[in-house]
Ligand binder design. Sequence first.
Ligand SMILES: [Zn+2]
Ligand SMILES: [Zn+2]
Length: 343
Amino acid sequence: MQLYNTLSAKERAALIKEAGQERLTISFYKYAHIGNPSIFRNHLFIHWNELEVLGRIYVAHEGINAQLSVPAENFEAFKKHLDSISFLEHVRLNIAIEQDNLSFLKLKVKVRTKIVADGLNDTTFDVTDKGIHVDAETFNELIEDPETILVDMRNHYESEIGHFKNAVTPDVDTFRDSLDIIEQDLKDHKEDKKLVMYCTGGIRCEKASAYYKHKGFKQVYQLEGGIIEYARQVEQKKLENKFRGKNFVFDHRRGERISEDIIAQCHQCGKPCDTHENCANEACHLLFIQCEDCAKKMDNCCSTECQEVHNLPWEEQKRLRKGKVVSNKIFKKGRSVVLKYKK
Ligand SMILES: [Zn+2]
Ligand SMILES: [Zn+2]
């Protein structure tokens, strides 16, 4: 029985090109109680490998988080298989609007301790005891209610380029930090206010809503499917769009424009801009907002120091990097003393 990939990424890319078949890029998640994630993992691998599914899937005791692609002609069979798993029956699938046949080149189903890196050790609360899910239309009404506190559950570099008007946007680097800050700020309103949350695709809010219910909040709501699904419903049902700017996404596009407003500014010159770039110095790689003029002037670097390193011969750069850890990839996104306009 084959439980692992037998083809390399390169061989797979060649095969996909040769077959010339359309693939759909899909994402979904579901919190559930999975008794034996390893057995579940193998079950998924065997069936999905047969259907030529490719992607990155995390399975844990608390549920499943999947980003994958499937040949369009196998989509029905794939859906049928999902529906055969009791807790995945009718699960909401996010199907990417922009298709990329080579979005994934291997099927990786991994067992993890968590499907969201939340830093929580709390095993006393039930992640499936989630808040009330609302669609875009109800969400629009809810956030106009004076009894509502609207909270953005994402990190600072995400809400910086786009968020709902009147949302509280915690200035945090991690999900764990925002959980604490919000609880502290709202501790006197656990019973009287409506706590309404949103994030990119819903997975963080679902965990947060269960956490806050456990912490004693009485009225907890979350935007079903996050900003991604909100944008889709606004478009489809011709609703008023209350999101300003771009939705930060974690693939090469970095952001999806939801409204024409540019709410952020270039971190180097301060002019309106909401384009994230990584510092071109491989030893830095800082994620920050940079306008085209500054990119040109700075050779796509975040500082003159990085620019100097970036312009050295490659061998010299490698020698300088030796033994140093690039930590900016994880934290300090968009934060650096060299960036004049990053508040
Ligand atoms: Zn600039
Ligand atoms: Zn840099």
